[in-house]
Design a protein around this ligand. Structure first.
Ligand code: EPU
Length: 349
């Protein structure tokens, strides 16, 4: 089935809790219904599209003057299983953390470090979500969806997805063209635990044995202690990406700021903790109007109450400007900004 609504309020469809309207808002509960909608209604080819999951990585700075498509395709199916691997398919509309819980309860490893990340399964390969030393790409085997330009079902195997840090083929070349309808995951029944990140191992050991359930619990405890719960305080998780810079630049900064967190990021590159840069630029816990930089994790911007998308964007601009001034590093937004807002000094590269 499909449902089309017009001039639809998005306030409860974005975790920032921003008031904005969509010109058209379509929900579908199967891939076939999406194709049916396009065949029956023939929407304008050049109409702007946005695929929406839980709205946990979006900032609306204006109304959306196009069609928002929300796949409400649910269901988790065990496709095959042997002694080592479980192959599981989950619909794009499945809440990600329900999927993680489902896997952990069955002893299927690979996603436990990604517990409590807000969002739905459909966004997982698009954004290549990651946390606590694990990226979604390590478990995604295949991504199924619909190419809306030709109205055909298509699927991409792991190597075709072009995964990168918080990006993929679906976020780049196929943006607004290919809508994910389900994802096939390869999970392991002989889990290798990833506990190297920060204090994760210590937190797990406090709970008892190292196993999937305790890792999930520890990740949830750590996240809850640092990150605001979007059902209580509007936010979209990390607002910025951790910048990746040439090693030489990283070394110079590290000489000047020995406590700066720096991680290897492939040949000749290092990743710098944006939260640290923002904190050192003096922004942690600071408010501008109704928006603020979170006081426990400076990478997160919050809607204190009743903030507009423009206000939040403005605050993010001020943060980018000050980090650039202090460290000569241009932060990039991880959150997708929707609207015609132009940064007053240009989008950072
Ligand atoms: N830090 C500060 N001040 C801050 C925040 C962080 O000094 O205000 C320092 C921390 O002390 C630590 C380092 O920066 O040394 C990294 O901080 P943290 O472990 O909190 O992780 P992060 O790099 O800030 C990334 C992800 C998060 C994910 C965590 C844990 C990005 C953009 N963000 O944050 O993902 O939960 O690692 O793996 O990669 C998200 O994408 O929405 C998200 C929350």
């Amino acid at each position: 089935m499909y449902h089309l609504k017009h001039n639809f309020s998005l306030k409860s469809n974005n975790t920032f809790g921003i008031s904005a309207n969509a010109k058209h808002y379509l929900t579908v509960d199967s891939p076939e219904d999406l194709i049916l909608f396009f065949r029956e209604n023939n929407p304008e080819k050049n109409e702007e599209r946005l695929f929406l999951g839980a709205g946990s990585n979006l900032l609306f700075v204006t109304d959306f003057n196009g069609i928002i498509i929300r796949p409400e395709i649910v269901g988790i199916d065990l496709i095959s299983e042997d002694n080592d691997v479980a192959v599981v398919e989950a619909g794009a509309g499945v809440v990600w953390d329900h999927f993680v819980d489902w896997c952990v309860e069955r002893g299927f490893g690979g996603v436990e470090n990604l517990s409590l990340i807000p969002g739905n399964v459909g966004a997982v390969p698009v954004q290549n979500i990651g946390a606590y030393g694990v990226e979604a790409e390590s478990v995604v085997a295949e991504v199924k969806g619909i190419d809306l330009d030709i109205l055909e079902c298509k699927s991409f195997n792991h190597s075709e997805c072009q995964f990168g840090y918080r990006t993929s083929l679906f976020k780049a070349v196929l943006k607004e063209r290919f809508m994910v309808t389900s994802v096939i995951f390869n999970l392991t029944k002989q889990p290798e635990f990833h506990l190297e990140y920060g204090a994760l191992k210590t937190e797990v050991l406090k709970l008892g044995k190292i196993n999937l359930r305790n890792i999930r619990k520890a990740v949830i405890l750590i996240r809850e202690s640092k990150l605001p719960d979007p059902s209580k305080v509007g936010n979209a998780g990390s607002f910025f990406k951790n910048p990746i810079v040439p090693e030489a630049i990283g070394n110079v900064l590290k000489n000047n700021y020995p406590d700066m967190p720096v991680y290897h990021a492939g040949a000749g590159l290092v990743k710098i903790a944006a939260g640290w840069l923002i904190e050192k630029a003096g922004w942690k816990g600071k408010s501008v109007g109704n928006s603020a930089v979170h006081d426990k994790q400076a990478l997160v911007i919050i809607n204190k109450e009743g903030a507009t998308g423009k206000e939040i964007f403005k605050l993010s601009e001020m943060v980018v400007k000050d980090v650039l001034k202090k460290f000569n590093i241009a932060l990039e937004r991880e959150v997708l900004v929707i609207g015609n807002q132009q940064a007053s000094f240009g989008e950072p590269k």
